[in-house]
Design a protein around this ligand. Structure first.
Ligand code: KIV
Ligand code: NA
Length: 264
C-alpha cells in the first residue's frame, strides 16, 4: 500500500516548494484530488458546499466523521486533515481531545484542524502532546462570523498585525504542524509566514505563504457566488447544468434511451 504524506513531511516543507492542498468531501472527488495534492482537508465548508447550510455553525461532529470516512476511502497518498466543527472543541482541552479522538479513531485521518490563535493555544498543546496532530487556522476564522459581523479581510489596519502574528506564534509554540492563514492582506500574510517555522497554507492570503488551499467546489465552478480570492480553474457547474438540460430534452422527445442503451 502507498504510504501517505506524514505530518513531519508536511512540516518540513517550510520555505520549500509550495504545499498543494484542497478540500474534498466525497470519495470520488478525494480520489481525484489525491492524484495531485499533498493535503486533503475535509473542511467544515462541507456544511455550506454540500449540505446547503447558511454558515459552518450548524456543522456537526457526525457530519465531519461521515465525510472524513468517505475521503479516507477515496484517497491513499495525501494526508487527510479533518476540521473540528463549531462547538466540538472550544469548551475545554478535554472536550477537544474527546472529539478529536473520535475523529481520528473513526476516520483514520492524519490530523485535525481547528480555528483560533492565542485563545486556542492551550487546547492545541493538549492535543499535540497526546498524539493528535493539529493544523491551526488564523486570520479570518469563519466559525467566528457571528462575533466578527460577517466575513472581513483581516489586517487592513496595520495596528492589528501584532495580534495576528501573536496568534500564529502561539499556534506554532503549542505544537501545530502547519497553519492555515485565511483572508488576510498580502503584507500581513508575508509577516505571518516569516514569523513561524511551520508552513503557512494560504486561502485569500496571497502567495506569501508556504502553500495554498481552496474549497474544491469553488475552484471547479460548482458553487454559485465565490469570493474574489478564488480562481475558477474549471466550470463544472455549467457543464453539469447543460448535461442535465440535454437529458431532460432527450427524455421528453424520446431520443433517450436509444439503440446503444436498449436491451433486446
Ligand atoms: O472549511 C474549509 O474548507 C476550510 C478551508 C478552506 C481552509 O477551513
Ligand atoms: Na473550515
Amino acid at each position: 500500500p502507498i504510504r501517505r504524506f506524514t505530518v513531519p513531511q508536511i512540516a518540513a516543507r517550510k520555505g520549500d516548494t509550495p504545499i498543494v492542498a484542497l478540500t474534498a468531501y466525497t470519495a470520488p472527488m478525494a480520489a481525484m484530488v489525491d492524484q495531485h495534492a499533498e493535503v486533503i482537508l475535509v473542511g467544515d465548508s462541507v456544511g455550506m458546499v454540500i449540505h446547503g447550510l447558511p454558515s459552518t455553525i450548524g456543522v456537526t461532529l457526525d457530519m465531519m466523521i461521515l465525510h472524513g470516512q468517505a475521503v479516507m476511502r477515496g484517497s491513499e497518498r495525501a494526508i487527510v486533515v479533518v476540521d473540528m466543527p463549531f462547538g466540538s472543541y472550544e469548551e475545554s482541552p478535554q472536550q477537544a481531545f474527546r472529539n478529536a479522538g473520535r475523529i481520528m479513531a473513526e476516520t483514520g485521518c492524519g490530523a485535525v484542524k481547528l480555528e483560533g490563535g492565542l485563545r486556542m493555544a492551550d487546547t492545541i498543546r493538549f492535543l499535540t502532546e497526546r498524539g493528535i496532530p493539529v493544523m491551526g487556522h488564523i486570520g479570518l476564522t469563519p466559525q467566528a462570523t457571528n462575533t466578527m459581523g460577517g466575513f472581513k479581510t483581516q489586517g487592513r489596519d496595520q495596528a492589528t498585525w501584532p495580534a495576528h502574528i501573536a496568534d500564529a506564534r502561539a499556534v506554532e509554540q503549542a505544537g501545530a504542524f502547519s497553519l492555515v492563514v485565511e483572508g488576510v492582506i498580502e503584507g500581513l500574510a508575508d509577516q505571518i509566514t516569516q514569523s513561524v517555522a511551520i508552513p503557512t497554507i494560504g486561502i485569500g492570503a496571497s502567495n506569501r505563504c508556504d502553500g495554498q488551499i481552496l474549497v474544491l467546489d469553488d475552484m471547479l465552478g460548482l458553487s454559485g457566488r465565490v469570493p474574489r480570492f478564488v480562481r475558477k480553474f474549471g466550470d463544472l457547474g455549467t457543464q453539469a447544468s447543460d448535461a442535465i438540460a440535454e437529458y431532460a430534452a432527450a427524455v421528453r422527445d424520446r431520443s433517450f434511451p436509444s439503440e446503444a442503451q436498449v436491451y433486446r
